[in-house]
Write a protein that binds this ligand. Structure first.
Ligand code: HEC
Length: 267
C-alpha cells in the first residue's frame, strides 16, 4: 500500500484547533456547572479523592522535600557572600509557601493523574461503556468528570500543605546538617541588626563607621586592631567597646552576647 500523504490546508488545522478549544471549554464549564445539579455522586468523589489525593502523596512528599532542600542548598552560597546565611529560613519558607509548593504540587498531581484518567476514560469510550451509561439515563460528565475535578481540587488543598511542610523540613535539614545553622544564630542576627548594623557591614571587609566584619573569625587576628580573633577577645570588645565604639555590657545580657557571637561566626 502506498503511503498517502495528505496536504491539509492551514485553515482546516486552525478550525480543528478552535474546535478542540471550544469543546474543552464547554466540557469544563459543564463539569463545573454539574456541582449545582443533583445527583452529586458523592461515592465516586470519595473514591477519586482517595485515588488522586492519597495516591499522589508519595510523589508530592518526595518533590516537596527535595525542592526545599535544593532551594536552601542553592541559595546558601549567594547568601553567604552577603553575610546573610542565617536568612536561609526566611528564603525557603517564603519561596516554598508562596510559590514553589503550590506550583510543584499542581504539576505533580497533573502529571501523575491526567494520563491515567485519559486512558481510563478513553478505554471506556472504546468499550462503549459511555454509550451504555447514556442509554441508561446517566449523564457521563456528571458521573465521570465532575467527581474527578471536585476530588482533585479538594485534595490539591491538602497536598499543597503537605508539600509546603516537607519543603520546610528539607530546607531545615540542609541548613542544619550541612551549614550547621540553628536558632541561636537567628537570634544573634536580630541583635546585630538592631545594635551593630549601623556601624558595621556584615558582607564586606570595608565598613561604615567601624570596620566591616565579614569573615572576622576566618583569620587569626582582627583586621583593624590586630587583636586575636577569638570568642573571648571579641566578647570583651563588645562588652567594653573601643575608641569610638560604645560598650554593650549594660544593654546585652550574656545570652544575647552568646547569640551574637554565634551569628558573627557565620559571617
Ligand atoms: C557607633 C558605631 C558602632 C557600633 C554601634 C558598633 N561598633 Fe564595633 N566598632 C566601631 C568602631 C569605630 C570600631 C573600631 C574601633 C577601633 O579599634 O578604633 C569598632 C570595632 C569593632 C570590632 C573590632 C574590629 C577589629 O578589626 O579590630 C568588633 C569585633 C566590633 N566592633 C564588633 C561590634 C559589634 C558586635 C557591635 C554590635 C553589638 C558593634 N561593634 C557596634 C563602631 C561601632
Amino acid at each position: 500500500m502506498a503511503l498517502e500523504l495528505e496536504l491539509v490546508s492551514p485553515i482546516e488545522v486552525a478550525k480543528d484547533v478552535a474546535l478542540a478549544v471550544q469543546e474543552y471549554t464547554l466540557l469544563s464549564a459543564q463539569s463545573v456547572a454539574n456541582f449545582f445539579r443533583r445527583p452529586l455522586y458523592m461515592g465516586d468523589m470519595l473514591q477519586q479523592a482517595d485515588l488522586i489525593g492519597v495516591g499522589s502523596l508519595p510523589i508530592v512528599i518526595l518533590t516537596g522535600l527535595s525542592v526545599g532542600a535544593l532551594l536552601a542548598l542553592n541559595a546558601a552560597s549567594t547568601l553567604q557572600r552577603f553575610g546573610g546565611i542565617t536568612l536561609i529560613g526566611q528564603l525557603v519558607s517564603i519561596g516554598m509557601v508562596t510559590e514553589l509548593g503550590p506550583l510543584i504540587t499542581g504539576l505533580m498531581v497533573a502529571g501523575r493523574n491526567a494520563s491515567g484518567m485519559a486512558s481510563e476514560l478513553g478505554s471506556m469510550i472504546v468499550t462503549e461503556q459511555i454509550d451504555a451509561m447514556r442509554a441508561l439515563g446517566t449523564d457521563p460528565t456528571k458521573k465521570l468528570i465532575t467527581p474527578r475535578i471536585g476530588a482533585t481540587a479538594f485534595m490539591l488543598f491538602f497536598l499543597t500543605i503537605i508539600a509546603d511542610l516537607l519543603g520546610l523540613i528539607g530546607g531545615y535539614a540542609v541548613a542544619h546538617l550541612i551549614f550547621g545553622l540553628n536558632s541561636q544564630q537567628s537570634a544573634g542576627r536580630r541583635i546585630y541588626d538592631s545594635h551593630c548594623d549601623r556601624c558595621h557591614e556584615p558582607y564586606s571587609t570595608r565598613g561604615k563607621k567601624g570596620p566591616g566584619l565579614k569573615g572576622m573569625f576566618q583569620h587569626k587576628y582582627l583586621s583593624l586592631s590586630g587583636l586575636p580573633a577569638n570568642d573571648e577577645r571579641v566578647t570583651d570588645i563588645i562588652r567594653l567597646g573601643r575608641n569610638e565604639m560604645p560598650g554593650y555590657s549594660q544593654t546585652l545580657s550574656s545570652q544575647d552576647l552568646q547569640d551574637l557571637l554565634a551569628y558573627l561566626h557565620t559571617l
